[in-house]
Design a protein. Structure first.
Length: 252
């Protein structure tokens, strides 16, 4: 498929079916469309169809639906020994806590200051920050935050539609702070019956934590069903650590 075949979206155009995304024999596998509007309404519509935006400063809005899709089945989360020890200390320390949605803006701005691996700059451009902050105001974007001694030291943000959860980006200003936030999200998802967290693209780091690829078709079937369930109560209870820390230590 040539780049000339890429659909250009007008403000009110629907997204093309994800199956029409570019394949492995193209310059950008998973690229589905360009243009359109980057705001809360269009973001929610995109995620509901397994589509997400990803572009750099100076580029038009680019919409993607990758195949295969990298996901983390929460039952398969690998809690390695070092992170297990970190969590055991974290949950008993008086000055450490997990907060959810207490400072979404600070989290996404911190993520935007962290370059994606292999890139010289961030993909979370100002227009992206504004759109996700709007989505947060509408109750669909959430931050899971690692706090220590009253300071935000790490976290992540994600999208939640019903029981469909889509991970976006993480940051850490202290050792393992982003992994702690991810573990907290896994604990919350396990408690609330969320089966998997979307990770979008394959990375070595995500694979080390138990994420793996599934087909686009399987992913779309999952989120179609998960969205029909009631929304996740976006609150974290420290008791969620118990089930996580009682899981078997993964083999090296």
């Amino acid at each position: 498929m040539s780049t000339a075949a890429l659909p250009w979206l007008g403000p009110d155009d629907p997204f093309p079916p994800p199956a029409l995304a570019w394949g492995d024999d193209t310059p950008a596998p998973g690229l589905l469309a360009a243009g359109g509007v980057l705001d809360a309404r269009h973001l929610r519509d995109a995620y509901a169809q397994g589509i997400f935006p990803w572009f750099s400063e100076g580029q038009p809005v680019l919409w993607w639906s990758t195949a295969p899709r990298m996901v983390l089945h929460v039952a398969e989360f690998k809690l390695h020994r070092s992170l297990r020890r970190t969590l055991q200390h974290f949950r008993t320390a008086a000055d450490c806590e997990i907060r959810i949605d207490s400072d979404f803006s600070a989290v996404i701005h911190a993520c935007s200051a962290t370059a994606r691996a292999g890139q010289s700059g961030t993909w979370i451009v100002p227009a992206m920050v504004q759109a996700y902050e709007e989505l947060h105001a509408h109750g669909y974007a959430h931050s899971v935050e690692t706090w220590k001694a009253g300071q935000l030291v790490g976290g992540l943000y994600c999208i939640g539609i019903g029981r469909a959860v889509f991970g976006e980006s993480m940051f850490a200003h202290a050792t393992d702070a982003s992994k702690i936030a991810l573990a907290a999200l896994v604990g919350l998802c396990r408690h609330e019956g969320v089966e998997l967290i979307d990770c979008q693209q394959n990375t070595r780091h995500l694979a080390s934590l138990g994420a793996r690829e599934i087909t686009r078709e399987a992913f779309l079937q999952h989120i179609a069903q998960a969205q029909k369930s009631p929304p996740v109560p976006w609150k974290f209870d420290p008791v969620y650590w118990n089930a996580l820390l009682s899981s078997p230590v993964p083999a090296v």
